[in-house]
Design a protein around this ligand. Structure first.
Ligand SMILES: [Cu+2]
Length: 139
């Protein structure tokens, strides 16, 4: 009966009229630029609260001259990364950009990095804007 009560509560919360944003970013880490290189990496979890897949096709930041979406891969035992054109988050699911996997590559900072603003687009549509402090560690 205990489980039944919990399920009822969840159902009430879900139907409580609170509208969830379609796309939510959590666990955001923007690294300090690697020593001697004008590049930071961005790690983030993205949750799609809608019933349709969301595809991010571009990420733009006023704090960097260029932002690319990358994925890491092993080729003949050598770690490499390549650019990906879009990042798809399936309906009602989350994806994680993390070390050794998909990530954001933030190139050529336009000033001293303290807080980074990131805008996620699908085509011309702005899906999400976040502002996050840069982490203190170098990775
Ligand atoms: Cu990269």
């Amino acid at each position: 009966m205990r489980l039944g009560a919990v399920l009822v509560c969840l159902f009430l919360v879900a139907c409580g009229g609170e509208v969830m944003p379609p796309l939510v970013a959590t666990d955001i880490v923007i690294t300090q630029p690697m020593p001697g290189r004008q590049m930071s990496a961005g790690y983030i979890s993205l949750t799609n609260n809608t019933n349709a897949a969301i595809s991010i096709t571009q990420v733009v930041s006023p704090d960097f001259e260029a932002v690319e979406m990358h994925e890491s891969l092993l080729e003949d035992g050598i770690a490499k990364m390549r650019r990906i054109e879009k990042l798809t988050i399936p309906a009602n699911s989350s994806i994680s950009l993390e070390r050794g996997g998909k990530h954001l590559m933030l190139m050529r900072p336009t000033g001293a990095l303290q807080t980074v603003s990131l805008n996620f687009y699908s085509g011309d549509t702005l899906l999400l804007n976040i502002n996050v402090p840069v982490s203190r560690g170098s990775n």
